[in-house]
Design a binder for this molecule. Structure first.
Ligand code: FE
Ligand code: FE
Ligand code: ZN
Length: 279
């Protein structure tokens, strides 16, 4: 079972590996830097070495990085788009230096310019970044919840971006269960999951599904609300996750929690819940 959580890099970046291990994660996700700003300090050789040493020592083979919050690779605004591409290039480089296998990127928002424009921008951003950085990191497009102006909440939109990518070996998809559910893809029963995955397979192809963000959803099916909930406490519910964990197409993928930390639970409680449902 490859089960983990998004862990903090607070202190030094190698601390993230300790946190993942303390939680009993077998995979994990990080921001390689403070996600709230545009600027990042270059990783020192020492930071890289420490991180890689712990990854090896604790037997982590697959770990994931997530793009910071500010970039929008679908942006029609030239300045934002340029900064977003630079940020994607930087994160690709950093992920490679740290030995992370995947880099997850939100497809973003077209800000009113229309889906077509957003799809083109997203593909252009990924192609530019992949042309500038030559390493083994695979970029994963993360599906969106379908908020106003968002690009990539429908599998069809993701497929259209994929069709434009010039580096087919370096691209894949990360499905966030909360986002997909909010976008109208049901996971509440075995049959619903089979239907959703059949759609995914027909439109995108299950072999491109590399990571699943496992989050329950505060919002209803099709609500377009990006509000993560503790596993089993949301609208997908325990049965949905039990079935999801038993699905042969999902079960062996890296599964990463991005659940809330509040009075009702934290990563430890959610990991325990997942393990209970996984059995
Ligand atoms: Fe995300
Ligand atoms: Fe996510
Ligand atoms: Zn989300």
């Amino acid at each position: 079972m490859l089960l983990g959580a998004h862990v903090s890099i607070s202190g030094t970046i190698d601390k993230a590996v300790d946190r993942a291990r303390e939680l009993g994660c077998t995979t994990f996700q990080i921001f390689t830097r403070n996600p709230r700003g545009w600027k990042a300090k270059k990783l020192s050789n020492r930071e890289i070495e420490e991180f890689r040493k712990k990854m090896k020592e604790f037997n982590y083979s697959i770990a994931v990085s997530h793009m910071p919050y500010l970039p929008n690779i679908s942006s029609p605004i030239q300045g934002t788009f340029k900064k977003s591409v630079s940020s994607l290039i930087q994160e690709l480089e950093r992920s490679g230096e740290l030995g992370l296998k995947y880099l997850v990127v939100h497809i973003g928002s077209h800000l009113g310019k229309g889906l077509e424009a957003g799809i083109k921008k997203a593909a252009e951003a990924v192609n530019t970044a992949l042309s500038k950085v030559d390493n083994n990191v695979i970029v994963l497009l993360e599906n969106m919840a379908g908020q106003r102006n968002s690009v990539g909440s429908r599998f069809e939109d993701i497929r259209r971006i994929l069709n434009m990518i010039e580096y087919p070996d370096r691209i894949g998809v990360c499905v966030d269960t909360c986002h997909a559910f909010a976008a109208g893809y049901d996971f509440r029963t075995r049959e619903a999951i089979e239907n959703t995955l059949r759609d995914f397979d027909e439109i995108i192809g299950l072999k491109l599904l590399k990571v699943v963000h496992i989050n329950d959803s505060k919002g209803d099916l099709g609500s377009h609300l990006d509000r993560h909930e503790h596993i089993g406490m949301g609208k997908i519910g325990e049965n949905g996750f039990r079935e999801l964990f038993h699905n042969p197409h999902i079960r062996d993928l890296p599964l990463i929690l991005e659940t809330p930390v509040d009075s009702r639970g934290n990563f430890a409680t959610n990991l325990a819940k997942c393990k209970e449902l996984y059995l």
